[in-house]
Design a binder for this molecule. Sequence first.
Ligand code: FES
Length: 94
Amino acid sequence: MSVPPAGGRPAPRAVSLTPYPDGPVVLRGPFRLVDSAGDEVATRRRVVALCRCGRSRLGALCDGTHRSTGFRAPGGRPRHVGEVVRVPLPAEES
Ligand code: FES
C-alpha cells in the first residue's frame, strides 16, 4: 500500500483518484485502465477524468456533460489506489 509523503501530496509515481466537486473523479499516475472484462482501455494519458454522473457519451470518461445536467457531488482528497483501475463496459453503465 502506498503511503503519501508528509504534506499530503502523492508520490510522483503513485496512482490516485480525486473526486472533483460536482464533477468527475480524476485519475492520475502510471495507471492501467481496464474494463470489467479485463480488457485494457487504451489511453496514452497519465491523467484522465472518469465520469461519475452517468451521462457521458464517452462511456467511462467524462465529456463535460455533468455541467449541463446539474450533477451534484462532493469533492474530496486524493485517494491512493492500485495501478490497475477497472471501469464499467459501456453496456454496464446506467
Ligand atoms: S462526470 Fe463529467 S460527464 Fe459525467
